[in-house]
Each structure stands twice: as C-alpha cells, then as structure tokens.
Write a protein of this length. Structure first.
Length: 112
C-alpha cells in the first residue's frame, strides 16, 4: 500500500527527520552534495511530502512559493524503491494540491 503525507516542518518535526533521512542518503551520500547546500532557509516555509510503501519511507519532495510561482524541489527516492514509478505518483499527488492555486509551476532538476 502506498501512502503520501504532506506536512510543514514546524508542525511535524518527526516527519522532517524522515524526509531529511531520504535526502541525506540520496543527495549527500550518493550524489555528494554539500549538506550546507542541501538544507536551506526554505525548509520551514516549504510544503514537504513523504511517500511510504507498506509503511516504509521511500520518497520525498517539497514545493514552495517564489516570486516566479510554485517551485517543485528536492525530489528523492531511496535506491531500493527506484524504477517503480513512485516519483510519478508523488508528483501527481503534489500537482493535485497545487494546481488549484492557479500559479506558474516550475522546477530545476538533475539526472544524476
């Protein structure tokens, strides 16, 4: 069973720890991103998501409003859960939440 939870880090620091664990593994450990670049001043204003598979954390992402619209960020899936379409499921859930806001939606991404 897949479950997706959205949250704010101020309200749910317990979920922030889970999301940050995914980001730590994917971005900092696997991709060698400097932790000072991965965790930023927008953590508390962004809307974060965690996707669970059978109760186990599998993926995370966040979005935030900017002067340019709504920016999708920090999409990460743990290695054991990749290539299963979970990123697409998470994106659809996020889009369901933000499309009613009727703002420009954009993202920056990397492949590896």
């Amino acid at each position: 069973m897949i479950e997706i939870v959205s949250f704010n880090t101020n309200d749910r620091p317990d979920l922030a720890v889970e999301a940050n664990g995914i980001r730590q593994q994917v971005f900092v450990e696997e991709q060698k991103v400097d932790p000072s670049l991965e965790y930023d001043e927008f953590e508390s204003v962004a809307v974060h998501y965690i996707l669970y598979v059978e109760g186990e954390v599998a993926a995370t992402a966040r979005w935030r409003e900017t002067d340019s619209g709504i920016k999708l960020e920090r999409f990460a899936t743990l290695q054991a859960h990749r290539n299963k379409g979970l990123g697409a499921i998470l994106l659809r859930d996020i889009m369901d939440d933000i499309l009613p806001l009727e703002k420009k939606i954009y993202l920056h991404s990397q492949l590896k």
